[in-house]
Design a binder for this molecule. Structure first.
Ligand SMILES: Cc1cc2nc3c(=O)[nH]c(=O)nc-3n(C[C@H](O)[C@H](O)[C@H](O)COP(=O)(O)OP(=O)(O)OC[C@H]3O[C@@H](n4cnc5c(N)ncnc54)[C@H](O)[C@@H]3O)c2cc1C
Length: 493
């Protein structure tokens, strides 16, 4: 029986491990932290459950496949609940926009902003469907190992003007500035600046329209637990709380891994779901290729980091949607500060997660759980005092904004609160520059130009996760796992 080791149990690592184990490869996941899930970690505090990362579940079919491989149903392990509206968007002037895939309701919302944009939206939807087909359905789970594979995709990229940004494409279809923001902000959910991310990412609109937006009851952590259950039922082994410190290698092969505790295991193949820079720089420091590849990756652009305020509050808030986006007074200017200038802006656009709106068990009776997330520059651009006074100050500014716009008296009713800052991404996840989403998804860092799903020289070393093709977000990393599994299963056959 062939064997494989997967380093890291993020969504990419878990999806890859399930695919390998389903195909009869004896697979061990080695995870540094005490719980699986990576960015989808979770905490339980004072009766509240707080998911650390992903909350918007899209394209559930890409997850269902992981059960179908062994003839099982995902629904036996985890309940997904549809969320409606997908997001409630709010601007400082009090305008609300309920964003969903309910055609009639969406048209009404667009008409409230600008009736003339209804026709433009219909044309944008056609564009989005086209890039969804080319970029996601055809290429979202295929590895780009050589430049020839990139050339094959070139005609489609040209047809859809992939050199333009999502915001620029959206603006060519609709005139209203708020609607332009409503149709372009999604790239932020995968670390991309709507002003510079390739228009191919307009596919997210169609992906959400067709697949819906879902919540895993009990939180995303329960979806992680379900994936672990599926993996272990198939016979896989999960080793927690023991970081890999070295990928052992000899010539053009890797031979196994060694962990901080001194544990060692040989394997026919090793796949890393850990940060791509850290993998090459730290885990392969003794190989010929490690330092070289790390240097070349370090020269690339990385997505911003995030600052997240987790808080539990007295009371329930039936009028606050499960997902809210609170846009700030600036859009492009704010994004320039974060992505280009490395400035921590005074204003912000916030994403507010309210899981107890869908599952009251996320909080004690009569209480609500929330997290508020603000994109902030990564540490390479803004090495702020996140472990000092800035943490508390910034959290308080975010809470004041939510209090002013959404929940009067909020700060007097908070019963538990803690924060997650860029420095935590480094400490907990070994994330290069504290980036929340790894390599920035700009055209010249996409597909062949991301870390390859199989190393070019170490022929049995593989990668899966946000730094590889197609990129961050649950559907992205689960797609990367599918691409990597296909390579590994061919190579190990
Ligand atoms: C706050 C936040 C909110 C988000 N919201 C959404 C959302 O709503 N929807 C969505 O689709 N996406 C969302 N994303 C993006 C999505 O969560 C990530 O892109 C995705 O989960 C990353 O998965 P991954 O496979 O790259 O692995 P990661 O989650 O990055 O996990 C990597 C794992 O490797 C482990 N590791 C690292 N080094 C070692 C080592 N030396 N030895 C062993 N293990 C190691 C880490 O501990 C970690 O568990 C969000 C991200 C964040 C941070």
């Amino acid at each position: 029986m062939k064997s494989a080791i997967v380093i890291g149990s993020g969504f990419g690592g878990l999806a890859l491990a399930i695919r390998l184990q389903s195909a009869g490869i004896k697979t061990t996941i080695v995870e540094a932290r005490d719980k699986p899930g990576g960015r989808a970690y979770f905490w339980e505090r004072d009766g509240f459950t707080f998911d650390a990362g992903p909350t918007v579940i899209t394209d559930p079919d890409c997850l269902r496949e992981l059960w179908a491989l062994s003839g099982r149903a995902m629904a036996d392990d985890i309940a997904l609940e549809p969320i409606m509206p997908f997001y409630r968007l709010n601007w400082p002037d009090g305008t609300n926009f309920d964003y969903s895939n309910d055609e009639a309701a969406l048209r009404q919302e667009i008409a409230k902003l600008n009736p003339a944009d209804i026709a433009g939206y219909a044309r944008f939807l056609q564009y989005s469907a086209g890039v969804f087909h080319e970029g996601y359905e055809k290429l979202g789970h295929v590895a780009f190992l050589d430049f020839a594979s990139m050339l094959k995709a070139a005609p489609a990229l040209a047809r859809y003007q992939a050199w333009r940004s999502v915001y620029s494409i959206v603006s060519s279809y609709v005139e209203n500035e708020k609607l332009r923001e409503a149709l372009s902000f999604h790239t932020l959910l995968v670390g991309g600046n709507p002003m510079t991310t390739s228009s191919i990412y307009a596919l997210i609109h169609k992906l959400e329209k067709d697949g819906g937006v879902w919540f895993a009851m009990g939180g995303t952590n329960k979806l992680v637990a379900a994936m672990v259950a599926q993996f272990e039922r198939l016979g896989g082994t999960l080793r927690l709380g023991d970081p890999v410190v070295q990928i052992d290698n000899m010539g053009d092969r890797v031979t196994g891994v060694t962990t901080a505790s001194g544990w060692h295991q040989d394997a026919d193949a090793v796949a890393s779901n850990a940060d791509v820079v850290t993998t090459y720089k730290k885990l392969l420091s003794t190989s010929a290729v490690g330092p070289r590849r790390a240097r070349s990756l370090e020269r690339k652009r990385f997505s911003p980091s995030l600052f997240v305020v987790h808080f539990g509050v007295k009371g329930t808030f039936p009028d606050i949607a499960h997902h809210s986006i609170l846009f700030g007074p600036r859009y492009k200017g704010l994004l320039d500060d974060i992505y280009k200038h490395g400035v921590l802006p005074q204003d912000f656009s916030l994403y507010l997660h309210h899981p107890s709106a869908t599952d009251p068990n996320m909080a004690p009776p009569g209480h609500s759980s929330f997290y508020a997330l603000a994109p902030v520059p990564h540490l390479g651009k803004f090495p702020g005092d996140w472990d000092g006074d800035l943490r508390k100050e910034y959290a308080d500014r975010i809470l004041a904004e939510i209090e002013r716009r959404l929940i009067p008296g909020l700060r007097d009713n908070i019963v538990t609160q803690f924060h997650y800052a860029p420095t935590d991404f480094v400490r907990d996840l070994a994330a290069h520059q504290g980036s929340a989403f790894s390599l920035e998804p700009v055209l010249w860092q996409s597909a062949f130009f991301r870390a390859h799903n199989r190393d070019d020289d170490l022929r049995n070393l593989y990668f899966t996760g946000a730094g590889t093709h197609p990129g961050a977000g649950i559907p992205g990393v689960v797609g990367s796992a599918k691409a990597t599994a296909a390579l590994m299963l061919t190579d190990l056959a």
